[in-house]
Design a protein around this ligand. Structure first.
Ligand code: C2E
Ligand code: MG
Ligand code: MG
Length: 266
């Protein structure tokens, strides 16, 4: 028999969701920014916006704590639009300051099943006066494979607007190469799991080399995520990877620190 006393996790989850719904409206979501740099020149080519929740009682929460719950309910729709609003408002400020680079926002599976997403994104680009090619959307393979036909329609509309599309965590999902060939994406981002073992685990090194070769063959840009050591950077350069992102360059930073560290140099 169901006994609520045994289901504290369920109650906790419900409380978190109610609080998140309120927290989005109350402006408790914050973005931190992580640079993406060119492997050759070290130039900052753009950044990824990552969401944090400044919870009034629990403190600063990372996305792993609340994104999965938001995904299971409809709340991920509102969360994504809030993240887009903040990232585009910030980009508009950087445009005004003459320091704008491309900003990447993460999408969840449900976002791609929403046929209204392209219109919602378009409306925001216009409202904030941000050119479409300053926006990048990161999607994972599993996001696409949830309903490839429907996702493809949404992705094609977004790509036609001039938005850059990146496959995140590449190598961890089950995307078929047949779909990859047809997807209007510009970039593959190699998952941290493989970059981690680069130069140490021969299988990881082989996978990284193969993904870079695949990207070259498909004329896609390739980014390595989770780069933490000089040695990994050296090997990625040898393998002809285009860009890197990781703690070696920077942890995700609050906007003022990101600006002071990365945007005054250019
Ligand atoms: P992701 O999109 O693959 O983002 C990269 C994650 O890896 C970030 O964690 C980042 O801090 C971490 N990372 C990057 N480089 C390194 C490194 O060198 N070492 C280590 N140890 N970690 C590194 P974070 O911010 O906790 O985000 C986790 C995931 O949550 C993201 O993975 C993304 O899937 C999701 N997420 C974050 N923000 C959003 C958002 O606004 N919307 C949605 N739908 N999902 C988001
Ligand atoms: Mg990402
Ligand atoms: Mg990733």
């Amino acid at each position: 028999l169901y006994d609520p006393a045994n289901d504290s996790a369920g109650v906790d989850r419900l409380a978190l969701l109610t609080e998140l719904r309120h927290g989005i409206d109350a402006g408790e979501l914050r973005l931190v920014y992580m640079p993406k740099v060119a492997l050759g020149s070290g130039r900052v080519l753009g950044m990824e916006a990552l969401v944090r929740w400044q919870h009034p009682v629990r403190g600063l929460l990372t996305p792993g704590v609340f994104i999965p719950h938001a995904e299971r309910t409809g709340l991920i729709g509102a969360l994504t639009l809030e993240v887009l609003d903040q990232a585009l408002a910030q980009t508009a400020r950087w445009i005004a300051a003459g320091t704008a680079t491309r900003v990447a926002v993460n999408l969840s599976a449900r976002n791609l099943l929403d046929r209204g997403l392209p219109t919602a994104v378009d409306e925001r680009l216009r409202r904030f006066g941000v050119p479409a090619d300053l926006l990048e959307l990161e999607i994972t393979e599993s996001t696409i494979m949830a309903d490839p036909a429907r996702a493809l329609v949404v992705l094609e509309e977004l790509a036609a607007m001039g938005i850059h599309l990146t496959i995140d965590d590449f190598g961890t999902g089950y995307s078929s190469l047949a779909y990859l060939k047809r997807l209007p994406v510009t970039t593959l981002k190699i998952d941290r799991e493989f970059v981690d073992g680069l130069g140490q685990d021969p299988h990881d090194s082989a996978i990284v080399a193969a993904v870079i070769a695949l990207a070259r063959a498909l004329e896609l840009n390739v980014v390595a995520e989770g780069v933490e050591t000089e040695e990994q950077q050296r090997l990625l350069r040898l393998l002809d990877c285009d860009e890197l992102q990781g703690f070696l360059i920077s942890k995700p930073l609050p906007v003022d620190v990101f600006e002071a560290t990365f945007l005054t140099r250019s």
